[in-house]
Structures are given as structure tokens and as C-alpha cells.
Design a protein around this ligand. Structure first.
Ligand SMILES: [Zn+2]
Ligand SMILES: [Zn+2]
Length: 148
């Protein structure tokens, strides 16, 4: 059963639903970013990139290990390289003008697509921060229910 949390300001009415920390996407052959389904992420990636599920799993697994990065192991693997360039994570972000949008925090320019504002933050990073709306309160994470 998934639980939902809200980031809420202690002073004003600002609140924003905490999405998931990051949604995996894969870049299709036509160059579109396609969000992976929750279940079967690896098989979706494998299909989209025309590799086997095992290759996808291995490459993603090793990419998270520090020694693999340290020794530049991923550089030697074509699959790992493919996955590094063709997948990413979209984060739920908010700008100082309260526009909400999603972008790849690692790869994209950190700019609001609506107002071109550069003061953007990931919603997951807002907890404990000064409120971007009133700048007086701070943001607290509160439980906002569950969906069965
Ligand atoms: Zn904006
Ligand atoms: Zn506030």
C-alpha cells in the first residue's frame, strides 16, 4: 500500500505533494523520453534499447557500485554506456515561482521550463528548507494518507 506525503510550509498555505524520488525514463529510438512502468523496469529498458534483460540488469546493477565507478568499469561496457546515455531519472521539481515540472536533475539544465527561472529545487530536497513561497516558514513533511 503506497503512502503519500506532503511538503507543507509551517507559515503559509504552500504545500506540494511529494512524488516519488525519481521516475526512470528511457530514450526511445525516435528520441522521446518514455517513462518506464513501475513493474518490469529492466525489461522495458531492455526492449527499448534492443538488449537482453540480463544485460540491462547487470549494467544497471554495476553502475551503482562504487568500485565499478572508481575503476571506470562502465567505460568498458558498451551496454553500460548505452544505458547511461539513454536512461535517466526524472525528478519532481519546483521553481521559486511555484511552477511544478519534472526534469532530469543530473543531465538537464536546471531551469524552469515555464518561466526560465534558475532557482529550482527538487521536491524531495524541500524538507527542512526555507519555504520558497513566503520565505518565512520552513517545509515540513507530513503524512497525507494512503491509497489502497
Ligand atoms: Zn517557473
Ligand atoms: Zn511558506
Amino acid at each position: 500500500m503506497p503512502f503519500y506525503f506532503k511538503n507543507q510550509c509551517t507559515q503559509c498555505s504552500f504545500s506540494i505533494t511529494c512524488g516519488e524520488p525519481g521516475v526512470t525514463y528511457v530514450i526511445s529510438d525516435s528520441g522521446d523520453r518514455v517513462v518506464c512502468p513501475h513493474v518490469g523496469e529492466n525489461s522495458f529498458i531492455a526492449q527499448s534499447l534492443h538488449i537482453s534483460e540480463k544485460q540491462a540488469w547487470n549494467a544497471r546493477y554495476y553502475a551503482t557500485s562504487w568500485w565499478w565507478r572508481l575503476f571506470g568499469g562502465w567505460r568498458h561496457s558498451k551496454v553500460a554506456k548505452l544505458i547511461a546515455t539513454r536512461t535517466g531519472k526524472l525528478s519532481h521539481c519546483v521553481c521559486s515561482d511555484m511552477h511544478e515540472f519534472k526534469l532530469d536533475y543530473e543531465k538537464d539544465r536546471r531551469i524552469c521550463p515555464v518561466c526560465s527561472g534558475r532557482e529550482i529545487k527538487r521536491v524531495v530536497d524541500l524538507e527542512g528548507e526555507a519555504c520558497p513561497c513566503c520565505r518565512k516558514g520552513h517545509i515540513e513533511k507530513i503524512f497525507s494518507g494512503s491509497i489502497t
